[in-house]
Design a protein around this ligand. Structure first.
Ligand code: GDP
Ligand code: MG
Length: 151
């Protein structure tokens, strides 16, 4: 069994696509092992996408990822990384075929709705980034915080 990290990006959350995306993974045969709605701060976005640090679109990518809540998930199954990537479709929605998530729900590479790890090693790295102790820099959205009144 393998695990992969999948994240509905802010445009996907805003457009109400969490349910459809979760449903596609369930119907494909994946097992959901973790899920949370969270806001990514810039340092976490920069670590997550560290491999793209030198790309001309890096700043825009970090702006995009931190522009709203995301839905972070861990999915488990056979060949989870590769199976998730095929459900998600090509990076550029122009090339993503209909039937894939990006093929059905996205138009532009700069807002392509969903992330999926590209290797089992990166999946484990990303899972610990978002679900391990180092995820302390992010927070769940629940109700407005209660005022803390010491003693
Ligand atoms: P992925 O693994 O399919 O998500 O693709 P990459 O790892 O190559 O790129 C990471 C993310 O960077 C993509 O999912 C897009 O959100 C974003 N991205 C890639 N290329 C571009 C680009 O040319 N412009 C912008 N603004 N974002 C891009
Ligand atoms: Mg990638």
């Amino acid at each position: 069994m393998e695990r992969t990290f999948v994240m509905v990006k802010p445009d996907g959350v805003r457009n109400g696509l969490i349910g459809d995306i979760v449903s596609r993974f369930e119907k494909k045969g994946f097992t959901l092992r973790g899920i949370k709605l969270m806001h990514i701060d810039r340092p976490l976005a920069e670590r997550h996408y560290g491999e793209h640090r030198e790309k001309p679109f890096f700043g825009e990518l970090v702006d995009y990822l931190t522009s709203g809540e995301v839905c972070a998930m861990v999915w488990e199954g056979k060949h989870a990384v590769a199976n998730a990537r095929s459900l998600i479709g090509k990076t550029n929605p122009v090339e993503a075929v209909p039937g894939t998530i990006r093929g059905d729900f996205a138009m532009d590479v700069a807002s392509n709705v969903v992330h999926g790890s590209d290797s089992p090693e990166n999946a484990e790295r990303e899972i610990s980034l978002f679900f391990g102790d180092s995820a302390a820099a992010v927070y769940l959205f629940t109700s407005p915080p209660l005022t803390h009144s010491p003693n």
